[in-house]
Design a protein around this ligand. Structure first.
Ligand code: HEM
Length: 171
């Protein structure tokens, strides 16, 4: 695809890639560093971690995911000159771009519907337990399992999205 690199397009490319770094970075950090080590912490420590670090981590990921999608759509509109039929998978650029968008939107929806909701409910339980220590409710185990499965699927889809985007950008 022939691309014009005006100042606006360059700024949008920066904003999209910068947001994507934050989004994928937080998904990788949770999936590969924090998540696998949480079960190794004592219940009190992991509870305090969820209650105090959880809200900021969820908010950070939410903000960067929204920014990635919004700047991505505006960037797409700008580089195609509004001719969105270029995204149809009839060219190799269109094929990579549409595959990247489908993976990205699937990851984003899983993030909103599944990952963020279960994480926020876990945070609420953890904060309640911090105020009134006691036996964690059974629902916390279920939520932790949901969070683990959904964040793993979301991470794999995000990695696929980046691969397709980089392939499209190199054409
Ligand atoms: C609806 C969602 C998205 C849209 C519409 C979108 C749109 C775009 C567009 C138009 C490009 C430029 C392609 C080109 O220059 O040929 C691009 C590049 C890129 N996108 Fe996305 N994107 C989306 C989601 C994502 C996500 C979720 C990530 C990663 C978390 C991501 C990471 C990247 C990266 C790293 C590049 C730059 C590749 C390079 O310059 O080598 N995008 N995106």
């Amino acid at each position: 695809m022939v691309k014009s690199m005006s100042l606006i397009v360059t700024a949008l490319a920066f904003l999209h890639v910068f947001s994507a770094i934050g989004y994928l970075g937080s998904a990788l950090t949770f999936g590969l560093v924090i998540g696998p080590r949480l079960p190794k912490l004592s219940p009190t420590t992991s509870n305090e971690f969820f209650a105090k670090v959880g809200p900021a981590f969820v908010r950070f990921t939410e903000i960067f995911s929204w920014m990635t999608i919004i700047f991505g759509l505006v960037f797409l509109y700008a580089i195609t000159g509004g001719n969105l039929s270029l995204v149809f998978p009839s060219s190799s650029w269109g094929l990579s771009m549409s595959a990247g968008m489908v993976s990205a939107l699937a990851a984003f929806l899983i993030g909103i519907v599944w990952v963020t909701r279960s994480a926020k409910r876990l945070v609420k339980h953890a904060q309640a337990l911090l105020l009134a220590p006691g036996q964690p409710p059974q629902e916390m185990l279920k939520l932790a399992r949901t969070l683990k499965i959904s964040s793993t699927i979301g991470l794999l889809l995000l990695i696929a999205a980046v691969v397709f985007m980089v392939v499209a950008a190199s054409m």
